[in-house]
Structure formats: structure tokens, C-alpha cells
Ligand binder design. Structure first.
Ligand SMILES: Nc1ncnc2c1ncn2[C@@H]1O[C@H](COP(=O)(O)OP(=O)(O)OP(=O)(O)O)[C@@H](O)[C@H]1O
Ligand SMILES: [Mg+2]
Length: 346
């Protein structure tokens, strides 16, 4: 059984509808995105010239181990990086508009209305001292819904959409009265409230038990696919990528080291890091293969390939020269010197 088949056991994935997708134009196109944190220890190279895109009606996964820059990438796109962090270069075009060039007020208008954000920790996204009802009303008021009656009806409908049976009880309560799964449903309802065309979810099921994780991810996917929305889904879990995503972006040390369709990247991974991530997936009857070593120091950022110190195939140019991207005809791309080396030997 291939790694991809193993991941897909008893899982289904809906096809990406092609209809209505304008030629040659992506919904989100991130290019050269670079974010630094100016800390007492030095300049942290958190996100380094990141390029990727999301098309209409597709779910794109972002994977990579802890600290590789997934959250900083999406926070950069959403204008949520705070000092000492700063986006120092790049563009993030959403429907052709560069989000990085917008004012704070313009971005706030777009967030919520056109881009829904589901944060990693639902309790950090909810106000602990404000009733849930008031939090819904505030989001709607910020986007022009001033009637209390309408705000109430829409909040109830949004909670019903995420499977909350007693919406009034939830609306009258506070965040601390909710379980983790319920809190995440409330945050999803808030993110979807204004019917955004694009959803960004940062590890939306961290800390939830496996059954609830599955329920929440199924719910998010249904809401995204039903309305032909698009989604960027950040996750640690390649199993989640295999089940829920159409394409995947693999990050390492703040760089995109591989991207392509889920079938290509998980079925025929090009980068040794992606190969190692796939080998580290637990499989029944097979010994666990741990990914050894650590991410490089993001202050003293390595020259050449950032994975070189952990790579079993590293050879002469890897420590000196940044690998050029290798791209197949279908657009599967990875940054590694090995294919060029094999080509040269042939
Ligand atoms: N406020 C900050 N100050 C300094 N460095 C930071 C700050 N926030 C993030 N970083 C740096 O950016 C890097 C990327 O962090 P990020 O939160 O994007 O990782 P991640 O891939 O989302 O990890 P996780 O899977 O654990 O959520 C971190 O390794 C850290 O060095
Ligand atoms: Mg994160």
C-alpha cells in the first residue's frame, strides 16, 4: 500500500469543481513574502520569500513541523503580525488586491466579510468577559448590521449551521462555559457569519480529541465545499492533508520547500524533508521512523538548503547554494539539488 493509500484508508475526498474558475488568475497569490522578528537575540528569519497560491473552490493545506513559519505566514497575509515582527517584503494578492498594501481599517473590513479566520486556539479568539451574543453583534455591527433583531437571528442561524442545538443558551453564556469542541464551533460560526469566500484555518483542531477533531474538520470542509469557498488549512497532520486538501504547501524553516497536488506531493514526494515527514507517519505493523534533528537556527540562517544538516542525501552544493525549484509539467515543485545532480551524472 502506498503512503497516500495508507493515509486515505476509508477516507473520501470531493473533487474540485473547475467551472467558473477564471483563467490564469488565482484567488490568493502570495509572492516573495518575507517576515522578520527583530529580537534581542538577533533578526529571526521566520518567513523567507514564500510563494504559493490558492484557487477558487479549493482547499490548500500548509504543513511542516512546529516553528517552521505556518502561523507567521498566515498572520502576515492577514495583517496580524505585531512588533517586533514585520513583513519586510512580498505581496499577497487577494482577488487582485495586495493585502499587504491595505490600511489597517481596509484589512479589518476584508477580514470577516471576505476572509474568515479560524484561529489555532478558540479561547484566544473569544473574549472571556463578553457574552457570546454581544461578540456576534459586534462583528455584525462592524459590517453594517445594526438591528438587534437581525443580529440575533443571524447569530442563531450561524450557530445552528455549525450543529449547535441550543443556540440561545450558548449566546447567553461566556466562553469559559463552553467545551473545547463547542468553543471551536462558535469560532467557526463567527468566521462564517458574513459568508466569506475564503477561509483561513490555523490548526483548527489542536487540543481536541480525535473524534471531535474529525467532526470539526468535516464541518469546516462541508461549509467550504458547499458554497464553493476556498480554504487555506494549516495542520501538522499529513493524514488531514490527505483527507481534506486538494493541494499542499510544505514549509521548512520559513520556506516553501515543496508544493503540488496532494496526490503528487504525498504519492511522489520530491524533497527529502517531505519524504521524511511521510516516513514519520505511524502505520500499523511498521516501526515508527522518527524525524531526527531540529530546525536550523532562524537567527543564524544557514546558507544553501535549510534542510541540509538533517538531510541523508546532502552533498557538496547543499551547504552553499540555494536549490533552484524543480517543477514537473503538472506544476509539482520542490527545491532540491538532487535531481540536478542525477541529471549531471547521467
Ligand atoms: N513574537 C515572536 N518573536 C520572535 N520570534 C517569533 C515570534 N513569533 C514567531 N517567531 C518565530 O517565527 C518562527 C515561526 O513561528 P510560527 O508560529 O509561524 O510557527 P508554526 O509553524 O506556526 O509552529 P506551530 O506548528 O508550533 O504552530 C518561530 O520558530 C519563531 O522563531
Ligand atoms: Mg502555528
Amino acid at each position: 500500500m502506498s503512503a497516500l493509500d495508507a493515509l486515505r484508508r476509508s477516507r473520501t475526498r470531493s473533487a474540485v469543481p473547475d467551472a467558473g474558475r477564471p483563467e490564469g488568475r488565482h484567488l490568493l497569490e502570495v509572492s516573495g513574502l518575507t517576515t522578520r522578528f527583530d529580537t534581542p537575540a538577533g533578526l529571526v528569519h521566520a518567513v523567507n520569500s514564500v510563494d504559493f497560491h490558492v484557487d477558487r473552490a479549493e482547499i490548500v493545506g500548509v504543513v511542516g513541523e512546529s516553528g517552521c513559519g505556518k502561523s507567521v505566514t498566515i498572520r502576515s497575509i492577514l495583517g496580524l503580525v505585531r512588533p517586533p515582527g514585520r513583513v519586510v517584503d512580498g505581496t499577497a494578492r487577494f482577488n487582485g488586491v495586495d493585502l499587504l498594501a491595505l490600511s489597517g481599517a481596509e484589512l479589518r473590513r476584508l477580514r470577516g466579510k471576505e476572509i474568515g479566520f479560524i484561529a489555532q486556539n478558540p479561547f484566544s479568539a473569544l473574549n472571556p468577559v463578553m457574552r457570546i451574543r454581544r461578540q456576534f453583534a459586534k462583528i455584525m455591527a462592524a459590517h453594517g448590521v445594526r438591528s438587534e433583531g437581525e443580529a440575533h437571528d443571524r447569530a442563531r442561524a450561524a450557530l445552528a449551521d455549525v450543529g449547535i442545538a441550543g443556540p440561545d443558551r450558548v449566546l447567553d453564556g461566556y466562553a469559559h462555559q463552553l467545551s473545547g469542541g463547542m468553543a471551536q464551533r462558535v469560532v467557526i460560526a463567527m468566521a462564517m457569519l458574513l459568508n466569506p469566500t475564503f477561509v483561513i484555518a490555523d490548526e483548527p483542531t489542536t487540543g481536541l480529541d480525535l473524534t471531535v477533531q474529525r467532526q470539526i474538520l468535516d464541518l469546516i470542509r462541508a461549509m467550504v465545499k458547499e458554497h464553493e469557498r476556498s480554504m487555506l488549512l494549516v495542520t501538522h497532520d499529513l493524514g488531514v492533508v490527505a483527507q481534506y486538501c486538494d493541494r499542499v504547501v510544505v514549509m521548512y524553516a520559513g520556506q516553501v520547500i515543496e508544493h503540488g497536488t496532494v496526490r503528487e506531493v504525498l504519492g511522489t514526494p520530491g524533497h527529502p524533508y517531505t519524504q521524511a515527514l511521510i516516513r514519520a507517519i505511524p502505520r500499523p505493523g511498521q516501526p515508527l521512523v522518527h524525524l531526527t534533528g531540529r530546525l536550523p537556527d532562524l537567527v543564524d540562517y544557514p546558507a544553501g538548503c535549510p534542510f541540509q544538516a538533517r538531510c541523508p542525501h546532502a552533498f557538496d552544493p547543499c551547504a552553499r547554494v540555494v536549490p533552484e525549484p524543480v517543477t514537473t509539467a503538472s506544476g509539482h515543485t520542490y527545491r532540491c539539488h538532487l535531481p540536478q545532480e542525477k541529471e549531471a551524472v547521467r
